[in-house]
Design a protein around this ligand. Structure first.
Ligand code: FE2
Length: 279
């Protein structure tokens, strides 16, 4: 008797549509890697698990690339030139914190295609082929890269050197990223690295605005990112949220999908709100 075919186990899963398949926002405080004794190891473990979740989602969603949106803490962009938005187009992607370097696969073709897509939508990003990205990239990539099988496309936002782009402009950049992905037939994931409330190098270092963190997370859970992106630069600064400009890019990139965000974890470390948010 002929045997029944076992098609179900061999047919590949149907591929999803082009566009931005998933979005995450995460934190990148150096202590997440340094693990000082004063910080709860279980809470830090949740942050690392969140980073690994990004890589798993990239595999589950069968994406072509992972865009990572972070910033520059005056390592690369300061006195000589401060672009508001920069796309890294070199290969490989290298990010470093102290003596630890992380190297990720890159696809300059995809990165250059993103520049073309943004130029066509009235954004004029700078680009760089020779830059060692700082800890805002390195700390999440430290856990993401080993489990990631697709190239990384870094987007660097000027979060620290005034005048910075408005958070609304960052949100609209994200929307342009989504249109580029859809129009070019690419399926990408996006992760933003920054915040939440913290005041590095100031007297307020040990007093992050935790109440504002919870307010923002409530807005995102309710699917209302526009309440965050309506904030002006002075208010963001007062809330310790200048880095949330990076979050706005991913929120914009996923804004067409509606629905609220999932807050996988949040912890007030005493100097910064560590968050893992997916939407
Ligand atoms: Fe930072």
């Amino acid at each position: 008797m002929p045997q029944m075919a076992t098609q179900a186990t061999t047919t590949p899963a149907k591929r999803g549509a082009p566009g931005v398949a998933f979005g995450f926002c995460v934190s990148h405080a150096p202590q997440i890697l340094l693990r000082p004794k004063a910080e709860d190891p279980a809470e830090i473990d949740k942050v690392h698990e969140g980073y690994r979740m990004v890589a798993r989602r990239a595999a589950q969603q069968d994406v072509d690339a992972l865009c990572i949106v972070a910033l520059d803490h005056l390592h690369n962009h300061f006195l000589n030139l401060v672009p508001q938005f920069t796309i890294f187009t070199g290969s490989p992607v290298v990010a470093q914190f102290n003596r630890t370097r992380v190297e990720c696969g890159a696809d300059p073709g995809i990165a250059n295609s993103l520049i073309d897509g943004l130029l066509a939508q009235d954004f004029d990003p700078a680009f760089s082929q020779n830059e060692v990205l700082d800890h805002s990239f390195m700390i999440p990539l430290h856990d993401i890269a080993p489990e990631l099988s697709v190239p990384v496309v870094p987007i660097i936002v000027n979060a620290y050197v005034p005048p910075q782009p408005s958070i609304d402009r960052c949100f609209r950049l994200g929307q342009a990223v989504a249109r580029w992905a859809t129009d070019s037939g690419l399926r990408v994931g996006i992760v933003s690295s920054g915040g939440m409330s913290h005041y590095p190098g100031t007297k307020q270092f040990h007093n992050p605005d935790v109440a504002s963190d919870h307010r923002v997370l409530d807005w995102l859970r309710a699917g209302e990112p526009e309440r965050l992106v309506r904030l002006d630069a002075a208010t963001l600064d007062t809330m310790g949220m200048v880095e949330m400009r990076t979050w706005a890019v991913s929120l914009g990139a996923r804004s067409g999908h509606g629905g609220g965000a999932t807050v996988h974890s949040y912890w007030d470390s005493g100097h910064c709100g560590y968050a893992i948010v997916e939407f």
